[in-house]
Design a protein around this ligand. Structure first.
Ligand code: NAD
Length: 257
């Protein structure tokens, strides 16, 4: 088998949550370019336009409106993918939500929502995909953690997000080991500051804050979305067949500094 072949994802039925925009959109595009059939899921109806744009580029893509915190809807959506395609080969639990709220006065709403979307929502999609994959005796899962899940990221205030992202990494360790004998690999990717619309907005409105963040990054720059997406593509591919239960940081050196 050629080494290039190990990195291909031809025909792999793959769900990407939070794929309407941002990093998730880029993940769907990169996986599709590597041959995967991609189901883009997002709570925003925009996901249909995003999927249609990928389809126009020749990618086998379909859009699905799904709120990952809605347990029965998650089960139905994943079961529906298996019913339509005959199996599910890969799941990327990317949907996430962040916020600003100082810890001493932190609202219950933000705490609950942070854990609901970033931790519970990840568990719901991973659990249902894992159920099918364990039965198939094959599958690969990647969930999105963050630099905020491994160290204190200053000067932001979103302790619920940070705790959820740490939980995602540990969820992948536990399930990666639990499902290893069944041929299902589970890993996490931890992005550093990535060049998304959210950071562009910080750059426009608080340039001093963005500069301070970049000053703390050894590479001295933001990550490009493709750099996160290509690490995920690797972890889903057979090139990473020996990896499970890992947190792979893609952070331009931030967590090592
Ligand atoms: P984004 O806000 O641009 O995109 C997140 C997507 O998730 C959106 O399309 C949103 O609609 C969707 N989403 C949110 N809640 C949802 C829900 N309940 N159900 C379904 N979809 C939902 O964010 P992004 O920057 O592209 O981040 C993608 C992932 O990467 C997130 O998990 C985020 O925490 C993580 N991350 C991002 C950065 C960064 O610098 N951008 C850094 C570290 C980690």
């Amino acid at each position: 088998m050629s080494i290039e072949h190990l990195f291909r994802l031809d025909g792999r039925v793959t769900v990407v949550t939070g794929a309407a925009r941002g990093i998730g959109q880029c993940i769907a595009s990169v996986l599709g370019q590597l041959g995967a059939t991609v189901v883009l899921a997002d709570r925003l109806p925009l996901v249909h336009e995003t999927a249609a744009a990928l389809a126009r580029e020749g990618i086998a893509a379909e859009g699905l409106v799904l709120d990952v915190t809605d347990r029965p809807a998650v089960d139905d959506a994943v079961d529906g993918v298996v019913a339509r395609h005959g199996r599910i080969d890969a799941m990327v639990a990317n949907a996430g939500w962040s916020y600003e709220d100082a810890s001493v006065d932190h609202s219950d709403e933000n705490w609950s929502q942070a854990l609901d979307i970033n931790l519970n929502g990840v568990f719901y999609v991973v659990r249902r995909a894992g159920r099918h994959m364990v039965a198939q005796k094959k599958g690969a899962i990647v969930a999105l953690s963050s630099i905020a899940g491994v160290k204190y990221v200053r000067p932001e205030h979103h302790v619920g997000y940070d705790v959820a992202k740490a939980g995602v990494a540990h969820m992948c360790r536990v399930l990666g080991c639990e499902w290893a004998a069944a041929g299902v690999r589970v890993n996490a990717v931890g992005p550093g500051y990535t060049d998304t619309e959210m950071l562009a907005e910080v750059g426009r409105t608080q340039p001093a804050v963005l500069k301070r963040w970049i000053d703390d990054i050894p590479m001295g720059r933001l990550l490009r979305r493709e750099e996160i997406a290509s690490a995920i593509a690797f972890l889903l591919s057979d090139a990473a067949s020996g990896m499970t239960g890992q947190l792979m940081m893609v952070d331009a050196g931030y967590s090592a500094a």
